[in-house]
Design a protein. Structure first.
Length: 379
């Protein structure tokens, strides 16, 4: 009989939906020993939270996240609110002995993330950051292939995350949905929101980044702030282009922008090694492109692998070979790993501490974008 795990959700936005979907369907597919129960949702706007709770089946609504932290019937707090609230909520939850799962990036800066890490470690509570793209089966296969040496020595790691939703100067900063444009709420722009994903995946696959230089730009310098209705300076980076050196000697190029007209969530990565190359595209997420240089001369070429077989990561738990999965499954996989971690005592990655390097590299990108200098990092 599976143990129940009562979930307290803080927030009701897009990410809260993605996470709720995962908490609610995981035990239909993965036998982890735990069965999450959508217990309560907390938000200041109780009307919206009530609608959200009704749709997803949360049992009650609270008007303050502190009530979830205090509640005896909540086991895990899921933090799905703007980045400036991650630290306060996570620290309070950990001190109350709750498990904490926090949306990415862990915090606005690495300095802000440190007390969060200390709090979960001091309390000894299970913790995890939602870098969901690690759990796309094709991306996990990339990691297996790189680690098993199929690409040999790695020369290049290349990733992009392109969007186009903030090109209009009429998009406000601050407020629901557009807090990502407010530097006080978000900490940074595309760097923390989008590049953080690319960097987390990159370092998980290819190891630490030892130095970087970045070019950042804010194309729209002033936007109306939703809180005041007044025009205010924009403090976020709208675009970032980054050159990195990895500790293993390979070179990285990373680009992110919300000004690539026509691109909505174009996350792509490519890795080039001595023996082969791999390429993946979020918009075709079940496929992995593999160039294997060891294949005999005339047949050598890019192979298009449909990653849906039962022996591919996680796929044995879903349908039958050839039937594809989507974005939402990456979150279900992350929850499945979190629950398995509870059962086995081997924490699911990334823990708060394992998510810190992404924050540190984001800080370095912002600093380098401002100074124009190379920044050296501890790996
Ligand atoms: C921004 O539009 C966003 O929703 C990010 O916040 C998510 O982390 C990313 O996965 C998709 O884009």
């Amino acid at each position: 009989m599976a143990k129940t795990l009562n979930v307290g959700m803080v927030g009701y936005g897009f990410m809260a939906r993605a996470h709720s979907n995962a908490w609610s369907n995981v035990s239909h597919f993965f036998d982890t020993g735990y069965r999450p129960v959508l217990k309560a949702v907390a938000a200041r706007n109780t009307e919206k939270a009530g609608g959200f709770a009704g749709m997803w089946g949360y049992e009650r609504v609270e008007n303050d996240w502190r009530k979830l932290v205090e509640a005896r019937d909540i086991d895990v707090i899921d933090v799905c609110v703007p980045n400036d609230l991650h630290a306060e909520i996570s620290i309070a939850a950990a001190k109350a002995g709750k498990m904490v799962t926090c949306e990415k990036p862990l915090a606005r800066t690495a300095a802000e993330a440190m007390p969060m890490i200390e709090a979960v470690e001091a309390a000894g509570v299970p913790n995890m950051v939602w870098y969901n793209y690690r759990r796309v089966p094709a991306v996990m296969l990339v990691k297996h292939l790189v680690e098993s040496g199929r690409l040999g020595k790695i020369f290049h790691y290349r990733a992009k995350f392109l969007q186009d939703w903030t090109i209009s100067p009429d998009v406000p900063q601050g407020g629901a949905g557009t807090w990502r444009l407010d530097v006080d709420a978000a900490g940074s722009g595309v760097t923390g929101d989008l590049l953080a994903h690319c960097l987390d995946t990159a370092m998980w696959i290819n190891g630490g980044i030892s130095s970087l230089t970045a070019m950042t730009e804010t194309f729209v310098k002033q936007r109306k702030h939703s809180d005041t209705g007044q025009l205010a300076p924009v403090g976020i980076d709208d675009a970032a282009a980054v050159l990195t050196r990895f500790a293993n000697g390979s070179l990285g190029t990373f680009e992110s922008t919300r000004y690539a007209r026509g691109h909505k969530a174009a996350y792509t990565l490519e890795i080039n090694g001595e023996k082969g190359s791999l390429a993946w595209d979020l918009h075709d997420l079940n496929r992995l492109q593999f160039f294997d240089h060891s294949v005999e001369g005339q047949l050598r070429g890019w192979t298009n692998i449909l990653v849906t077989d039962g022996d591919h990561p996680y796929l044995g738990k879903w349908w039958v070979p050839g039937l594809i999965i989507g974005y939402e499954h990456s979150f279900t996989h992350q929850v499945a790993d979190f629950l398995t971690g509870l059962a086995t005592g081997k924490p699911a990655s990334p823990t708060f501490r394992e998510a810190l390097p992404a924050n540190q590299v984001c800080d370095a990108i912002i600093a380098s974008g401002q100074s124009g200098q190379w920044v050296t990092l501890q790996t």
